[in-house]
Design a protein around this ligand. Sequence first.
Ligand code: SF4
Length: 344
Amino acid sequence: MNWTQKLLQWYSENKRAFLWRETQEPYKVWLSEIILQQTRTAQGLPYFKRFIETFPTLEAIALASEDQVLKLWQGLGYYSRARNLHFTAQYIHTHLKGQFPKTFHDLLALKGVGDYTASAIASICYGLPEPVVDGNVYRFLSRYFGISTPINTPIAHRTFKAKAKQLMGQAAPGIFNQAMMEFGALQCIPQNPKCTDCPFILDCNAYNQDKIVFFPVKRQQQKVRTRFFNYLVISDPDQNYLMEKRTQKGIWQNLYQFPLIETNGPIKSSEKLKVRSEYPSELAKIPTALWNRTPITHKLTHQILEVNFWLIQAKTKARKAYSKDAIKALAVPVVVQNFIKEFF
Ligand code: SF4
């Protein structure tokens, strides 16, 4: 049995049954791949179900509003994925007459679709020989072949993709790709890989040289930045609250939040908050209370947020104020969602 046959046999005996494995429909495969990027399968599954129930077709998601899509995505993080999902659905619906592109390069031209997703759709839905390279594939191949190219460098992608294509040979591309990813997810796992019952143990470079912990190789990561967020929870006499939409690029674009003031460091007194001109002018003089005793720490990939919520009761009606129920229907970052759950 050659290398690829061993892998495919392992896959047929060990693969997990997932909803998205029951379909070759491009819309559903695309949706699952976007949800599962940077997300654990167990966390992504309920989101996939909810999306399919709410938007069973590409047309349904294309005709929804971005706010509806973001609301359903809430809690999954990396919100640009949801915005791109919606944009691309609308693009295909309007400009491509609802027809998903059928070649790797046309798929790659879609917003939010990178090499990984284009390869997955091309191979699973259309049987095209485009290898998928994700974290699982990097780990498995780097260990087995002892490839020391840092996986977070541009050259790594070309190196690993070429290797995977060579291994794919004449195998069915969709099944081969899923087998590679599944092997990394279940057998050649990050910590304590299951080497003793691995079909590749005899020739595995990392195992035989006792170097498993050194693979995959990564170049040192970018530094983590700490930011200080102060949310102003401003209620007016009708118990409505000011909310704003984050329109600027960066984290949480197009999600809603309480008015935010970012400071250079931690603050303990609201006097240090420089109120922006669009907030009620009397705000600077209104006493504020800090809701949380200590800053709430919220970790993102390259940022740590130290978050405060300041409670403010304005005496005049505020512009753009939302009722509690209206706020609950908005798509908001998880840290704001947690506050709302406790405070409302
Ligand atoms: S022997 Fe261990 S490290 Fe090598 S491929 Fe198998 S599970 Fe991965």
